[in-house]
Design a protein around this ligand. Structure first.
Ligand code: FES
Ligand code: FE
Length: 461
């Protein structure tokens, strides 16, 4: 283990107290710490970059960030997805200055070196004259390539070429995440390009919250129960209660992937007028199918999963959670006049500096979901989540304040506390893997996020 020292002598271990479960505010703003995070986390672990349906055709590309590095995510002539450093190996100019496009030849605007979508070097203009002298071989002059993994259409990449596999990184979370991302044979698609906006906040403010902080919903998002979709059924406003949404099962697995599996019984009871404990798994899923799944699509879903997985999907499905380090997903069941509509969204909180992040929001549906339902899911997704949505405008109000407090001469020394713990009080009969807490939402998942952050930040190699 290493214990990096900041230039004023502060050790990394001074910023986090593993016994009392506290983190110094300063950890949310320090520029030196930010540099270390880019090296020790974002340049080492698997990072979520986007969805492969954003680049369906050969030559399609988008420009994304892996921590502090710009990368090209492109579909090559062989149909595979490649991720390469968006930096010219000649003199370091940015290769693609566009965010999105299609080309089989990425030409550097500086001296004209050209590259394939897979990063291979093609050549330079007036090559005989330009590539003269003691040149490296064409093979050596390609863009730096990352290792890529595609999971349920999601594109992940890492610079850790010899490091753990993506399956290893996902670990026990896969048992649950399959029920979200791998529900149908054809898979999912993005409903248009992602929304993006910049927030003056440290990336960790958003990401530790993404690690399944449930408690804030009761206060920060209380409008949901006052005037929003969780108001009392049939009322114009008020009377709603978000407390039942606080109950369920919270799961965290190795590598700090976490999720809140929120109980659906109340919604099923309201929709069917029946006691959910008297319904079969199939009947429950028919009454309240997962987001984007129609009755016609349900038999396929039933075929794809084990009885245990289906039980969780019908009872307490994962509704919010994170991919470490900076991805968040929401698979929420929203009451609406048309019944319950599911919304599926995915966010990346891209670090842009110690006090700046880019919030990127994708809204998704199954490819097989009928167009009318896709349109409803998109509308509701846009209304609630992301740039224009009402829910995350609440969340993104808090992050800049935390980041500012992290710079105060006095406030940077106070601590964030993670002391309300389940300590793995697994409900008897819970069929899924991982560390599991049952009951009212607690701090375990966010604390595990910090523990893993610390583990990576102090790793020797
Ligand atoms: Fe790209 Fe020179 S920097 S061709
Ligand atoms: Fe929130």
């Amino acid at each position: 283990k290493s214990n990096p020292k900041l230039s004023d002598g502060t050790l990394l271990s001074d910023l986090i107290n593993l016994e009392t479960r506290e983190v110094k505010m300063r950890a949310l703003s320090d520029p030196e710490l930010f540099e270390l995070e880019m090296e020790r986390i974002f340049a080492k672990t698997w990072v979520f970059l986007g969805h492969e349906t954003e680049i369906p055709n050969k030559g399609d590309f988008v420009v994304r960030d892996m921590g502090s590095d710009s990368v090209l995510m492109a579909r090559g002539s062989d149909g595979e997805v490649y991720v390469s450093l968006n930096v010219c190996p000649h003199r370091g100019m940015k290769i693609s200055t566009h965010d999105v496009g299609n080309t089989m030849t990425h030409v550097c605007i500086y001296h004209g070196w050209a590259f394939k979508p897979n990063g291979d070097f093609i050549g330079a203009p007036v090559e005989k004259e330009c590539m003269h002298g003691k040149m490296m071989t064409k093979q050596e002059l390609g863009l730096k390539k990352a290792r890529v993994a595609i999971y349920g259409g999601l594109v992940f990449a890492t610079w850790n070429i010899e490091g753990p596999s993506f399956e290893d990184f996902l670990g026990d979370a896969k048992w649950y995440f399959d029920t979200l991302w791998c529900r149908t044979e054809k898979g999912m698609e993005v409903l248009g390009p992602p929304q993006r906006f910049t927030i003056r906040a440290n990336w960790k403010t958003a990401c530790e919250q993404s690690a399944s902080d449930g408690f804030h919903v009761l206060t920060l998002h209380r409008w949901l129960s006052e005037v929003g979709p969780y108001r009392k059924p049939g009322s114009e406003g008020g009377g709603g209660d978000l407390t039942p949404e606080m109950y369920g099962t919270e799961v965290y697995t190795a590598h700090a992937h976490t999720m809140r599996c929120i109980e659906l019984d109340r919604k099923i009871r309201r929709l069917t007028g029946k006691d959910p404990s008297e319904l079969s798994i199939k009947e429950k899923l028919e009454a309240l199918p997962p987001p984007g799944i129609t009755p016609e699509m349900l038999p396929e879903v039933l075929r794809r999963f084990s009885d245990d997985q289906l039980r969780v999907m019908a009872w307490r499905p994962p509704q919010v959670g994170n991919f470490f380090p900076n991805g968040l997903f929401e698979f929420v069941y929203i009451p609406s006049p048309d019944g319950v509509i599911g919304v599926m969204a995915l966010h990346a909180y891209v670090p842009k500096g110690p006090d700046k992040l880019e919030f990127v929001n994708w809204i998704l549906a199954e490819k097989d979901t009928p167009p009318e339902l896709k349109a409803k899911m998109l509308r509701l997704g846009v209304q609630l989540l992301g740039t224009s949505g009402m829910v995350e405008q609440d969340d993104s109000d808090t992050w800049p304040h935390q980041t500012l407090a992290a710079k105060g001469a006095v406030s940077k020394h106070i601590t964030m506390k993670y002391q309300s713990m389940y300590e793995n009080n697994r409900l008897e009969g819970w069929p899924g893997p991982g560390d599991v807490g049952d009951g009212f939402t607690k701090d375990d998942t966010q604390w595990r996020w910090w523990e893993y952050w610390y583990e990576l930040m102090t790793a020797e190699n």
